[in-house]
Design a protein around this ligand. Structure first.
Ligand code: NAP
Ligand code: ZN
Ligand code: ZN
Length: 352
C-alpha cells in the first residue's frame, strides 16, 4: 500500500518521554478521508498507554484520540464528507462491522475487537500499530469519522470525542435525567464533561473531588452540590442518597466508600481505568441490591448524537491549550490532578 511520511510526536518505549518522530500514513483508499489535524485533546488513556500501564503497548506509540481537523482529500467512494469539512475522530478507526454489536451501533464492543485509533495492529499497514492524533494528519474510513457541529469551538470540541462520549454513553444507558441524583467522581477531563452532560440531562448532580481548588468551580461546571471526598464527614452525609455514580478516577481509590453512597438498586459505573485492580467488598453490594458496572466510550452513531447534544446545550470542554513540545510536562500535571479541565494540543506547534 502506498504511504506518505508525516510528522508526529510519540515514544519508543514505556520509560522514555515523547519526542518528535516521522510516521507513515496510508494514502487514502476509496472509502477514506484524509484529515489535517488542527487540535488533539490529551486523555489520561494516552498516558496509561504511552507508559504501558495497561500491559505492554505497541511501540513506537503515537497517542491521541480526541482529534479535530479539516478534510484535505477524500477517496472516490466517500459520500459523507468533502474537502474543507470540519470533522472529528475519536477512540476507534474501524471494527468488524458485521457482528451483533457492530450492527447495533455498539462498535466499541465489537466481538472481534474494535481497531483503536492508536496502539492497535494496523490492518492496512501490516506489522505497524495504528498511530493517533499527536500528528499532522490521519487517514480514516468515512464510517468512523464524525461531523463537528458548526456552533462548537473546534479546539473545545476535541475532548468531546473521548471525554464527551465516555460520559454521555453511561449517563444515557443508566437513564440519568430529571428526578435522579447522580454523583460524578474525579473532576478531570472525563469528570468535568460528566458534570456538564448530567446537568444538561436534567439530573441533580453531585461532584466528588479530592482537590480543594476545584470545589467552587465544580458548581460552574454543573454540580448542584460538591463533596470534598477526602473529608469522611462530608462523605457520610451522602450515604444511601444517590441513584447513580459515574466514577472517572484514573488512579487507585476506595470503591466501597462510593458504593455506600448508592440508594437501593443504585449503580456505580466505572469509566476510569486505573492501572491496578480495585477491591470490592461483597457487603458493599449485597445489602441494597447494588450494581458495580463499567462502560467503554460509545458507538459511532451515539458519538454523533452526543456532539449534537453538546452543540444544542452549548457545552464545549473547558480547555487549556498547549504546544506539543509541552506534552511530557502535561502528563506530569495529569498525574497530580492539575488540569482544568482538559489539555488540548494546538497541532500548529508540531510544524515549528
Ligand atoms: P484526568 O483528566 O487525569 O482526571 C482524573 C481525575 O481523577 C483527576 O483530575 C482527579 O480528580 C482524580 N484523581 C486522580 N488521581 C486520584 C487519586 N489518586 N485518588 C482520587 N482521585 C484521583 O483523566 P481523564 O482523562 O478524565 O481519564 C480518567 C480515567 O478514565 C483514566 O483512567 C482514563 O484512562 C479513563 N478513560 C476511560 C475511558 C473508557 O472508555 N472507559 C475513556 C477515556 C478515559 P479530582 O482532582 O477531582 O479528585
Ligand atoms: Zn480517551
Ligand atoms: Zn464487530
Amino acid at each position: 500500500m502506498e504511504v506518505k511520511e508525516v510528522k508526529a510526536f510519540g515514544t519508543e518505549a514505556a520509560d522514555l518521554p515523547l519526542n518528535g518522530m516521522n510516521i507513515n500514513r496510508r494514502k487514502p483508499t476509496p472509502h477514506d478521508v484524509e484529515i489535517e489535524i488542527l487540535y488533539c485533546g490529551v486523555c489520561h488513556s494516552d498516558l496509561h498507554t504511552a507508559r504501558s500501564e495497561w500491559g505492554p503497548s505497541l511501540y513506537p506509540c503515537v497517542p491521541g484520540h480526541e482529534i479535530v481537523g479539516k478534510v484535505v482529500s477524500v477517496g472516490g467512494h466517500v459520500s459523507k464528507y468533502k474537502v474543507g469539512d470540519l470533522v472529528g475522530v475519536g477512540c476507534m478507526v474501524d471494527s468488524c462491522r458485521e457482528c451483533d454489536y457492530c450492527t447495533e451501533g455498539l462498535e466499541q464492543y465489537c466481538a472481534v475487537g474494535n481497531v483503536g485509533t492508536y496502539n492497535s495492529p494496523d490492518n492496512n499497514l501490516p506489522g505497524n500499530p495504528t498511530f493517533g492524533g499527536y500528528s499532522e494528519s490521519i487517514v480514516v474510513d468515512e464510517n468512523f469519522v464524525l461531523r463537528i457541529p458548526e456552533n462548537l469551538d473546534p479546539a473545545a470540541a476535541a475532548p468531546l470525542l473521548c471525554a464527551g462520549i465516555t460520559t454521555y454513553s453511561p449517563l444515557r444507558h443508566w437513564n440519568v435525567g430529571p428526578g435522579k441524583k447522580v454523583g460524578v467522581v474525579g473532576i478531570g477531563g472525563l469528570g468535568h464533561m460528566g458534570l456538564k452532560i448530567a446537568k444538561a440531562m436534567g439530573a441533580q448532580v453531585v461532584a466528588f473531588t479530592t482537590s480543594e481548588s476545584k470545589f467552587e468551580e465544580a458548581k460552574r461546571l454543573g454540580a448542584d452540590e460538591v463533596v470534598l471526598s477526602i473529608d469522611p464527614e462530608q462523605m457520610t452525609a451522602y450515604r444511601g442518597k444517590l441513584h447513580f455514580i459515574l466514577d472517572c478516577v484514573s488512579a487507585e481509590h476506595d470503591i466501597n466508600a462510593y458504593l455506600a453512597l448508592l440508594r437501593v438498586d443504585g449503580s456505580l459505573a466505572l469509566v476510569g481505568a486505573p492501572e491496578h485492580p480495585l477491591p470490592v467488598a461483597a457487603f458493599s453490594l449485597i445489602p441494597g441490591r447494588k450494581s458495580f458496572a463499567g462502560s467503554m466510550i460509545g458507538g459511532i452513531a451515539e458519538t454523533q448524537e452526543m456532539l449534537e447534544f453538546c452543540a444544542e446545550h452549548n457545552i464545549p470542554a473547558d480547555i487549556e491549550m498547549i504546544d506539543i513540545q509541552n506534552i511530557n510536562e502535561s502528563y506530569e500535571r495529569l498525574l497530580k490532578g492539575d488540569v482544568k479541565y482538559r489539555f488540548v494540543i494546538d497541532m500548529a506547534s508540531l510544524k515549528s
